[in-house]
Ligand binder design. Structure first.
Ligand code: C5J
Length: 221
């Protein structure tokens, strides 16, 4: 058993029943010209965590603990994209529109890919998800059941949207969830801070928070 010195209290992690979920480290959220920027966001904030996410992934790979990647994206015909999602607000480009990196958030397009620096290994599972939560309309629940996973560490973007939504979905499904605080980011620093605080409040009501070094250190033993 590995002990993570987490907040609000230590958590025993069984590496044999654990997986890392890296949420949506896609060009569309992290690079200029993608979906994130089309909404008026400063993508440089998200670029800053790439080395830390890489360190976390490397720690899991070294420990032989599964790494699962997710990608927010839709079918080319947009049949899995509710009009309410596509038409909301006034972005410069909408989901499915042609941008400098191809059609925004469409499966198979260059901009939808995970950034090169964090590219999944051929052996790793990649979940394509049409929603903010990675359990909604995906095979993630079945994948974790097959792996015998009971505990999940989370990294990725954005903290208060896809990361938090998936953490809450996982918590409701009975998983222990840990957020690697320095391996997640938001376009809004205050939203990240609020998410970190609310996750671990009330005796870890959603889950635990820890640093990448605390998680990787615990896996090393
Ligand atoms: C957003 C995400 N923010 N991956 N997606 O639309 O958090």
């Amino acid at each position: 058993m590995a002990v993570i010195h987490a907040d609000p209290f230590d958590i025993d992690l069984d590496p044999a029943k654990t997986a890392l979920i890296v949420i949506d480290m896609q060009r569309d959220f992290i690079e200029p010209g993608g979906f994130g920027e089309s909404l008026g966001n400063n993508v440089a904030l998200l670029q800053a965590i790439v080395p830390t996410v890489g360190k976390l992934i490397a720690g899991f790979r070294a420990a032989g603990v599964p790494v699962i990647h997710t990608m927010e994206c839709h079918k080319p015909d947009l049949s899995d994209c509710p009009p309410s999602k596509r038409e909301r607000g006034s972005p410069s480009l909408r989901i499915g529109d042609e941008g400098p990196m191809g059609r925004l958030l469409i499966s198979g397009e260059p901009g939808t890919a995970i950034i090169d620096a964090l590219a999944p290994l051929a052996s790793e599972i990649v979940i394509e998800k049409p929603g903010k939560g990675a359990f909604y309309a995906t095979e993630l629940g079945d994948v974790l059941k097959k792996l015998g996973t009971k505990q999940l560490v989370f990294a990725g973007v954005t903290t208060e949207v896809c990361v938090q939504t998936t953490m809450r979905e996982a918590n409701d499904r009975g998983f222990d969830v840990v957020l690697a605080v320095d391996a997640t980011e938001s376009y809004f620093p205050e939203f990240k801070a609020a998410t970190v605080a609310m996750v671990r409040a009330q005796g870890a009501i959603v889950g635990w928070t820890a640093s990448t070094d605390q998680v990787v250190g615990a896996l090393r033993g």
